[in-house]
Design a protein. Structure first.
Length: 465
């Protein structure tokens, strides 16, 4: 630099009438613990000292400076903010080995230069502004403390990362997704999606990144209170149930010691049960059936609406029905109940069989009896039947897609006088014999066939009355 020269020990310093010579002096043998040793020198000398890490055990020689003292060269927030990218990376130096590297792309990266085991090394501290000057200096001081204790800061950082990588198996979100993947093999697609959506909305944003052993009972309760505060009490109970299952999975996998969800038993506000809307008064049932027959939507939705009261299966089971499970010769529909993963048989009354025969020429090329209007490779929307009912001005408070099941159960029992256990079998509810054993799918099949035909005939009678 103009007016300044730096020479090695033993060389002849440049002469200048306007400069004075600072006699050479030896730096301490362990300068890494004492920081920089010329804090009031010029930028050029300061850079040389920083580049050396403030660690030079030899004689520096003579340093020629202009007269007058140089200002303190520690970094300021203003200097950092005003630092602009150049055509190549450059550095802004602070104190005690800390500097900020400004990249060509405009990035600002904190680095600490130090020596360990006789070798010069650098430690990445983070980026600005995520880590401001104060935080960077604190990280520098922490690293220097490690050095004073004989610990290499870079090796310590790598060891921490390795430990975090091992502990990732305990991270709540990662473990929850692992649990969900396993469960999805036996869940229906809709249920699997609902569970994951519930966790992503209500749980992951708050404790997803935490290790299971670090999550406390008060934290979990606070999370559930947020859900309750928006009036979603049933969702809060479902979330607690899901979290409890995740912890049980973690315990079985050796990644947790206890299930903290158990500590919240009774802590949530009770859910007021509301039954799904259903028409059970025979006269109103007849009116409903006539409205369904008069519906003028697509043939697929028409047939789904007309079949719903005849077979009274769950809405998801109806819309996802497969042609390969329908046997029109034996008049049986056989499928696996998604809720219980049990085999089930629906005897088809003559009226139900006729609806399937009407629909087959239209959708028989699809695997689905009721394919989506947009693609024959997926079933129709779970809202298709409900939307049709709303267009017919059937209020959701009066009738739901699930309500056909309640309608059948009530009238078959109270009006037609069928035995409750036979009705429960046909509803695919788990029914046990006197010894506590679950009945199989063929139990009371002959009686159920007679009941389904009598039910269809009764509905025809209500329509005509």
């Amino acid at each position: 630099a103009e007016g300044r020269e730096l020479t090695d020990a033993g060389s002849t310093p440049a002469t200048s009438t306007k400069s004075k010579s600072i006699e050479s002096h030896r730096l301490p043998e362990s300068p890494v613990f004492s920081g920089f040793f010329m804090p009031d020198c010029s930028t050029e000398v300061h850079e040389i000292l920083v580049e050396s890490g403030g660690i030079r055990g030899h004689n520096w020689g003579h340093i020629q400076l202009n007269s007058g003292r140089c200002p303190q060269m520690a970094l300021s927030n203003t200097a950092i903010i005003n630092a602009k990218p150049r055509d190549k990376n450059y550095r802004l130096y602070d104190e005690k080995g800390l500097y900020l590297e400004v990249t060509k792309s405009g990035g600002k990266l904190w680095r600490l230069k130090y020596r360990f085991g006789g070798k010069e090394k650098r430690l990445a501290i983070g980026s600005y502004p995520e880590r401001n000057l104060k935080v960077a200096r604190e990280a520098r001081d922490q690293a220097r403390t490690q050095l004073s204790n004989g610990v290499d800061p870079s090796a310590h950082k790598q060891a921490q990362k390795a430990a975090e990588s091992i502990n990732n198996g305990n991270i709540f979100e990662a473990l929850a997704r692992e649990w969900h993947t396993g469960k999805s093999r036996v869940w229906s697609t809709v249920h699997a999606k609902n569970v994951l959506d519930r966790l992503e909305r209500n749980v992951f944003p708050y404790v997803g990144g935490r290790a299971l052993p670090d999550i406390t009972v008060p934290e979990l309760l606070k999370l559930l209170r947020r859900i309750e505060e928006r009036g979603a009490h049933e969702t809060a109970h479902r979330v607690l149930g899901n979290v409890g299952e995740i912890y049980r999975y973690a315990i079985a996998s050796g990644k947790a010691d206890r299930n903290i969800a158990l500590d919240l038993k009774g802590a949530l506000q009770p859910v007021v049960k509301t039954h799904l809307a259903a028409v059970t008064e025979p006269k109103r049932v007849g009116e409903l059936l006539r409205m369904i027959d008069a519906y003028r939507g697509t043939l697929t939705v028409q047939c789904a609406l007309r079949l719903a009261p005849l077979v009274f299966v769950r809405p998801g089971e109806l819309r996802s029905a497969l042609w390969c499970n329908i046997d029109l010769e034996t008049a049986e529909w056989r499928f696996t109940v998604t809720k219980t993963q049990t085999e089930h048989i629906v005897p088809l009354a003559r009226q139900a069989r006729e609806i399937f025969e009407t629909l087959y020429p239209l959708t028989g090329r699809s695997e689905f009896v009721f394919p989506s209007a947009r693609s024959r490779f997926r079933p129709m929307s779970n809202n298709a039947v409900l939307s049709a009912m709303r267009r017919m001005e059937i209020d959701k408070e009066e009738m739901s897609g699930h309500g056909f099941r309640a309608m059948a159960r009530t009238i078959l029992d109270e009006v037609l006088g069928y035995r409750p256990d036979i009705i429960e079998h046909q509803l695919a509810h788990q029914v046990r014999d006197p010894l506590g054993r679950a009945y199989n799918r063929t139990s009371h099949l002959a009686e159920r066939k007679k009941m389904m035909q009598a039910w269809a005939d009764y509905l025809n009678q209500l329509k005509g009355s």
